[in-house]
Ligand binder design. Structure first.
Ligand code: SF4
Ligand code: SF4
Length: 512
């Protein structure tokens, strides 16, 4: 196939022996009769089905190793094959059809005006010393940490700046709900900031936006501040890795276990504010070599009746000298899940909190011509949507993250070397033109790789996790036709073997 072209249709077979055609351009999946699949395979292997049919006898014909068929039967399926071909299956996808999108100043302004979340890193200080911390010994892609807190006036300037966009005609959101997130370090160590920011946002005049508050906390100061948090309906995400043994990496600076103190705080909160606890308090556990998906699920289910989120250790920005220790600590979520005795039950319960279900959901939504992220996409038509290289989010489409040092970043999960802007107590500087140029430079560097990769529609690769500091960032996970067919096959296997999974994804998973 010519460089820059890929085939729209892939053929695949599942473990149950079912054969499918999946067309990436039409976003259609068809289960196939063996004969139809055989004809498609002929074409796939560079043979001419018509020429093959001239050699058929009028009686019975052995077709490959799939069975004996009459000429009439074969002709019937050949007509089906022709119908598919005339309907756009088996076409070549050109570079232009695939990846033509560019980031523009206008697009960035629009995403900022429809901002869903502003997260403030309100302190670099922490009362724990977790051994796998993203700002700790394993990583080298963050700014040096102090015990500083974020200046409230700088944060207010960011709110004022965002307000100008949120209240502009660029805002086309239906919900107009924006989350204000508090992040650290441990955010409750800078409680005056939380109190003042909530008051500031609530006392502003907003023409159509409304706000909710959220916080990621290690739980050590929960008891002290729970009255305020419950009164202001702040959604809490408490970081805890399971029971005491599972929690062994979440220690105080002196190495002592933090588990009992955290549990005591959580129990107090639960007893005093049971409804708030039920509605607004959730847990997130980090998976590593001292816990497992099964341990985490059981602990939170039995102790608090909650379904925790589970995250893996961040694999980017690892210090060279710490690589061995890091990989000894790391544990893969899918592997840990598959090794659980009660695998099916856990998968059903944790559902979209698990990466394998997230993968299936990504596939179903992107490979289905009836799924749209919003009305604009529905009206424009999904087939006309331009794509950019990689699966990275657009600047501000997920959130605006402000660090203690005033750097504005795309989110808190990326390194801090490439800010989108800067804020201080006099104002906010965001150069939209420069951001657009920077993204387009990175994306152009990836274009060739993504153009020949079959995975691009489902790609979730963040640009910041590629080596963008280098002149030639390289993706280590592109999929060729065969690998992509195996990938789609693994999704179809799962859907065939899990009754109701497809329906559940369609009904319960909301596209963002
Ligand atoms: S997997 Fe890699 S090569 Fe493929 S589309 Fe994503 S970033 Fe590009
Ligand atoms: S990790 Fe990357 S793609 Fe994901 S939200 Fe952050 S910046 Fe966007």
């Amino acid at each position: 196939m010519k460089k820059g072209f890929t085939k729209s249709t892939v053929l695949l077979e599942t473990e149950n022996g079912n054969k499918y055609l999946f067309d990436r351009k039409l976003k259609k999946t068809i289960i196939c009769h063996l004969l139809l699949y055989y004809l498609c395979q002929l074409k796939e292997n560079g043979k001419n089905p018509e020429e093959w049919m001239t050699r058929l006898s009028d009686g019975q014909n052995q077709v490959g190793d799939i069975g004996i068929y009459t000429k009439q039967e074969i002709e019937y399926y050949y007509k089906k094959y022709q119908f598919l071909e005339n309907s756009g299956f088996f076409a070549a996808l050109t570079q232009e059809e695939i990846i033509t999108g560019k980031v523009t100043e206008e697009i960035i302004k629009q995403t900022l005006a429809n901002l869903k979340q502003i997260t403030f890193e309100i302190t670099e200080n922490c009362n724990l010393h977790c051994q796998y911390c993203g700002y700790g010994k394993f990583y080298n892609n963050y700014d040096s940490r102090t015990e500083k807190g974020l200046d409230i006036n700088t944060a207010k300037k960011v709110i004022d700046y965002a307000k100008g966009f949120l209240e502009s005609p660029y805002n086309t959101s239906r919900e107009n709900n924006t989350y204000i997130g508090f992040y650290g370090g441990e955010p409750l160590l800078n409680f005056p900031f939380v109190r003042e920011m909530i008051s500031y946002v609530n006392t502003q005049q907003w023409s159509h936006n409304f706000f909710s508050f959220s916080m990621t906390t290690n739980g050590l100061l929960l008891e002290k501040h729970m009255d305020f948090l419950a009164a202001n309906d702040v959604s809490l995400l408490v970081s805890l890795d399971g029971d005491e043994a599972n929690n062994a990496y979440r220690t105080f600076k002196n190495g002592a276990s933090s588990f009992d103190r955290i549990i005591w705080n959580i129990e107090r909160l639960k007893n005093k504010y049971p409804d708030y606890f039920k509605e607004r308090v959730n847990f997130n556990a980090v998976l590593h070599n001292k816990n497992s998906v099964s341990d985490i699920y059981r602990f939170f289910q039995e102790r608090f009746g909650k379904r925790p989120g589970i995250g893996a250790l961040n694999t980017s920005g690892i210090r060279k000298e710490k690589t061995d220790e890091f990989w000894k600590t790391y544990s893969n979520i899918n592997e840990s899940l598959f090794n659980s005795e009660d695998y099916s039950k856990i998968e059903k319960e944790l559902f979209i909190n698990l990466p394998n279900i997230q993968d299936i959901s990504t596939f179903i939504h992107s490979a289905n011509d009836n799924c749209f992220t919003d009305y604009r996409e529905l009206l424009r038509g999904s087939l006309k949507t331009q794509r950019m290289p990689t699966g990275t989010c657009l600047p501000f489409s997920k959130k605006l993250f402000l660090t203690v040092k005033g750097k504005i970043l795309a989110c808190e999960r990326i390194g801090q070397s490439f800010p989108l802007g800067q804020a201080d107590n006099t104002g906010v500087q965001i150069d939209f033109k420069q951001i657009a140029q920077q993204y387009n430079r990175w994306l152009t560097q990836m274009k060739n790789q993504c153009e020949s990769c079959y995975h691009y529609e489902q790609c979730t690769q963040c640009i910041y996790y590629l080596d963008i500091g280098a002149n030639k960032p390289i993706c280590h996970n592109p999929l060729n036709r065969k690998e992509y067919s195996n990938y789609v096959s693994s999704i179809m296997n799962k859907l065939e073997n899990s009754r109701g999974l497809y329906n559940r994804v369609i009904k319960e998973v909301v596209l963002e």
